[in-house]
Design a protein around this ligand. Structure first.
Ligand SMILES: C=C(O[C@@H]1C=C(C(=O)O)C=C[C@H]1O)C(=O)O
Length: 287
């Protein structure tokens, strides 16, 4: 029997990058059954770990930390096969020269912060000093050689003519590995899945429907992004087109490599297994 009194709490990342999946999400259909919490990724990661939300997008790195309690939904993610345009490292000198320097990391991110650590360690042999800071480029750069920004903070900073060199981490990952990188995954706590399988299935189907709508008619979403953040119609059109919202074998392959490196470098405590929801059962992806 489903426990019908308990609402499903859905997290929502407060960046434009999730709009193609959330923009048309019919929340009004779930008024009695679900509620939404809008936060930056690290707050949602913590909320999911503590059981304060049940499902929604979290940092892919956070799934690597809490995978024992969670399952991932197929076909939903924020990924890129190359450029992301909103996971950006700003640096004063060429990358090769700053990999032993001081790098400021945003408190909002888990996936990208660890992606940067992996790339610098694995591919540049660097050992920088990292420190965490609020996502403000000017403040971050006061005492560092480089600063990482994600989401809308990165987009705004990329328009600011700061004079810094800019490296796109999605592009860098793809350059070194030839693979896709997944930044956000759609997770569900296994407990919620056990307690409310039917409503969870309907919410998942509504997300898939919303994603189809977002892909098929992005015009209103693009106008909305222009008026709330700025930028041209072309900018947003390309931004949403360059991101991938799927989560299938190509994304799993890139993510598995990311988790493997994360484990090898001691960023993750143990090897991560990818558990994917399928029609109310769970499939383990090994290869
Ligand atoms: C593509 C992005 O990915 C985001 C990056 C995250 C992270 O670094 O932890 C988490 C969620 C994603 O939405 C972005 O910030 O633009």
């Amino acid at each position: 029997m489903e426990n019908k009194t308990k609402k499903i709490r859905i997290g929502r990342i407060n960046y434009t990058n999730v709009w193609p999946i959330f923009y048309y999400f019919p929340m009004e259909q779930f008024q009695e059954e679900a509620e939404q919490l809008l936060q930056v990724p690290t707050s949602l990661n913590k909320a999911l770990a503590e059981g304060k939300i049940d499902m929604g997008p979290i940092s892919s790195f956070a799934y690597g930390q809490y995978f024992k309690d969670c399952v991932l939904f197929p076909d939903l993610s924020v990924s890129a096969f190359g450029r992301v345009n909103s996971i950006l490292l700003f640096h004063r000198r060429p990358l090769e020269e700053i990999v032993h320097g001081t790098i400021a990391l945003p408190t909002t991110s888990a996936s990208s912060v660890n992606l940067l650590k992996i790339i610098i360690s694995k591919y540049y042999g660097g050992r920088p000093t990292y420190f965490y800071a609020s996502p403000s480029l000017d403040d971050m750069m006061k005492e560092s050689d480089a600063a990482l920004l994600i989401g809308d903070d990165a987009i705004r900073a990329s328009w600011s003519r700061s004079g810094y060199q800019v490296t796109d981490l999605g592009q860098l990952w793809n350059h070194w590995t030839g693979k896709s990188m997944t930044f956000a995954v759609w997770a569900i706590r296994e407990q919620a899945l056990r307690e409310r399988p039917e409503v969870v299935r309907r919410i998942y189907e509504a997300f898939c429907w919303s994603k189809e709508q977002g892909m098929a008619r992005p015009e209103e979403m693009i106008r909305d992004a222009q008026s709330s953040i700025g930028g041209s119609e072309l900018y947003w059109k390309q931004y949403f087109q360059q991101l991938t919202y799927d989560f299938g074998p190509a994304q799993w392959e890139g993510l598995r490599l990311y988790y493997q490196y994360g484990w090898e470098l001691g960023l993750l405590e143990e090897p991560v297994s990818l558990k994917i929801w399928h029609d109310n059962s769970v499939i383990q992806v090994n290869e």
